[in-house]
Write a protein that binds this ligand. Structure first.
Ligand code: PMP
Length: 399
């Protein structure tokens, strides 16, 4: 643990005069020095534009960018690296698919999303449905924050099912394997928003049989501004491009443009090479620690934090699913979550407060928001103790 923490200089800093306790990993993770160095090294030694240069630097940059694509393929166990599209982030990846579907969907078709989605897996589908005339249907959830999945929610009209693998607000791990199998039985495609799964456990898109899988670089210890869309080849080939521009074309005349093959059809303009190279390094970092070791460490933190916080009078957990990843959302009775967050910040403890871009979940529980602690590779049991002490102090000041 000491050697992992050593790689994150920010963990040695102070906030409000107190050592930082960073428990906002679901919003964004901190970056190990090797990721920052990989980006600096790229700009210092290898930068040029990719894919269209004969000169050596351009070829070097292209090689590094394409090696990053191969690293993502390997990380997701995708069939082939041309099924890996670099995007700006998870939101951009979902919009890429939703905007393509907007043109494929017809009146009478249905798109099924869940009550547990982040706004970025709601709004793009609402927009696609509004513009195409398709209807948006919702998978309901129960009071534990678990999806009430039933294959009867599907019909031959269902063309797309878009759900997250893990809920960012509640930590629920969703039964995506069952959802994918049931959706395929009615020939619906499935998009899995993996933003909160990829930081915590290994993903195998072939074993899952996911049609699309998306995630963000900045939540897996990589840089901001880069994300990934994985898709099955036949679906990506059928999907209309999201944006037009350079690099995504085969031929252009004023009367007609033909598109480049995947993945380039979806990568209009100069891509974020530095971001992809930083992401490659971040995936190496996680793989070297081992995804199983990461999952079991974070699970211990989650169980310990749940147990210790539950001793505080007036604590109420929001999201008590049987199957959870390292997110803990809670309220202290009689205290506004925002006030708890501000007091914790005074103690150097970074948690997130609010609706976590999941307003329908907050509406379900009839609450304005929660306090959310979310754990990463570098968090410790001592930090959980500090959180518990901090929440107790906040409660004694506010209630
Ligand atoms: N989906 C989920 C479940 C998320 O937690 C997030 C980020 N909070 C996103 C999508 C969007 O990711 P980004 O903002 O990096 O595009």
């Amino acid at each position: 643990m000491a050697s992992i923490r050593e790689q994150f200089p920010i963990l040695k800093t102070q906030v409000n005069g107190k050592p930082l306790v960073y428990l906002d990993n679901a919003a964004s993770t901190q970056k190990p020095t090797r990721v920052v160095n990989a980006i600096a090294q790229y700009y210092n030694t290898s930068h040029s534009n990719v894919h269209r240069g004969v000169h050596s630097l351009s070829q070097k940059a292209t090689q590094l960018f394409e090696e990053a694509r191969e690293a993502v393929r390997n990380y997701l166990n995708a069939e082939s690296s041309d099924q890996i599209i670099f995007t700006k982030g998870c939101t951009d990846a979902i919009n890429t698919v939703a905007s393509g579907y907007e043109r494929l969907l017809k009146k009478g078709d249905e798109v099924l999303i869940s009550h547990l989605e982040h706004h970025s897996n709601i709004v793009p589908w609402q927009m696609a449905c509004e513009r195409s005339g398709a209807s948006l249907k919702i998978i309901p959830m129960n009071h534990k924050g678990e999806l009430e999945w039933s294959a009867s929610l599907l019909s031959p009209r269902t063309k797309m099912v878009a759900v997250n693998h893990v809920s960012n607000a509640l930590g629920t791990i969703n039964p995506i394997q069952q959802i994918i199998a049931d959706a395929h039985a009615v020939s619906a495609a499935v998009l899995i928003d993996g933003a909160q799964a990829t930081p915590h456990f290994a993903i195998d898109v072939q074993a899952l049989d996911a049609d699309f899988y998306t995630f963000s670089g900045h939540k897996v210890y990589g840089p901001t501004g880069v994300g990934v869309l994985y898709g099955k080849r036949a679906l990506l080939e059928k999907l209309p491009p999201y944006q037009g521009g350079g690099d995504m074309i085969k031929t252009v005349t004023f009367s007609k443009t033909t598109y480049a093959p995947i993945p380039f059809k979806f990568e209009a303009g100069t891509p974020n090479m530095a971001g992809a190279i930083g992401l490659h390094e971040a995936l190496n970092f996680m793989s070297e620690i081992g995804l199983e070791a990461i999952a079991s460490h974070e699970n211990r933190l989650l169980l310990y934090a749940t147990e210790e916080l539950s001793r505080i009078p007036g604590i109420r957990f929001i999201g008590t699913a049987e199957n959870k990843a390292s997110v803990l959302s809670f309220l202290v009775e009689g205290a506004h979550p925002y006030d708890v967050g501000v007091l914790l910040d005074q103690m150097g403890i970074a948690v997130r407060t609010g609706h976590h871009c999941t307003q329908p979940i907050m509406d379900y529980f009839e609450i304005p928001g929660t306090v959310r602690a979310s754990f990463g590779i570098y968090n410790t049991m001592e930090e959980v103790d500090q959180l518990v002490r901090g929440v107790m102090r906040s409660a004694s000041m506010l209630v």
